[in-house]
Design a binder for this molecule. Structure first.
Ligand SMILES: [Zn+2]
Ligand SMILES: [Zn+2]
Length: 215
């Protein structure tokens, strides 16, 4: 389907990935194959592409991993579709109109026969969220192949690492991780790389674009 790519297609569930805008930000469209109900994770850019993708599904929610501009560039146009929007309350200041509801850690989001679990994973931003669905993790800009998302201070790096180790690394090893940019990875691989990172000393001022195995 155009720019979309099916990254998951199994009984009951299809996930389409759309890489959009100047930062190749990923939007994920999760579709319950039994009912056609869908959920969109992030609204990066190219609203027309996203609208086309939503056609033929019954969109229940638009969920935001966070509100950096490269993740919400198409949101203003998509709001015209009147699909309920949800984000963490800490992201409210970056949104021009209030979401229909706020999400908290541990909440469940249902679409058709599928259920997503909300994980609050601050660090990249205060209100960063990840979403988990039986073996699939949508990690926004919190966890990428090879490292955490960008952080603006050493304290934020500590925070994102705590989010990753407590909230994400407790998920099953075989979990496929779909980040906000680029290709997916497998959680086991990231846990192993992190172990090596954690076992060596680091500059106390470390932050920014950190990779588990760079230095
Ligand atoms: Zn971001
Ligand atoms: Zn991003």
């Amino acid at each position: 389907m155009g720019k979309g790519r099916a990254v998951v297609d199994r009984e009951g569930l299809r996930v389409q990935r759309y890489s959009l805008g100047p930062y190749s930000t990923n939007a994920y469209l999760l579709i319950c194959k039994k009912t056609g109900e869908s959920v969109l994770i992030d609204a990066p850019a190219e609203a027309e592409t996203i609208m086309k993708a939503l056609e033929g599904t019954k969109p229940r929610y638009i969920l935001l991993t966070h509100t950096h501009l490269d993740h919400i560039g198409a949101l203003a146009e998509l709001r015209s579709l009147k699909i309920p929007l949800a984000a963490h309350a800490a992201e409210r200041p970056n949104l021009s109109s209030p979401p229909e509801f706020f999400l908290e850690d541990g909440e469940k989001i249902c679409f058709g026969q599928q259920e997503l679990k909300v994980l609050h994973t601050p660090g990249h931003t205060k209100g960063s969220l990840s979403f988990y669905l039986e073996g699939f993790l949508f990690s926004g800009d919190t966890l990428f192949p090879g490292g955490p998302g960008k952080t603006v201070s050493p304290a934020a790096l500590k925070e994102i690492i705590a989010s990753i180790t407590r909230q994400l690394f407790t998920l099953p090893d075989h979990t496929r991780v779909f980040p906000g940019h680029g290709e997916d990875t497998v959680l086991k691989k990231e846990k192993e790389a992190y172990k090596i990172f954690a076992s060596s000393p680091h500059d106390p001022n470390l932050c920014g674009d950190v990779t588990w195995l760079s230095d």
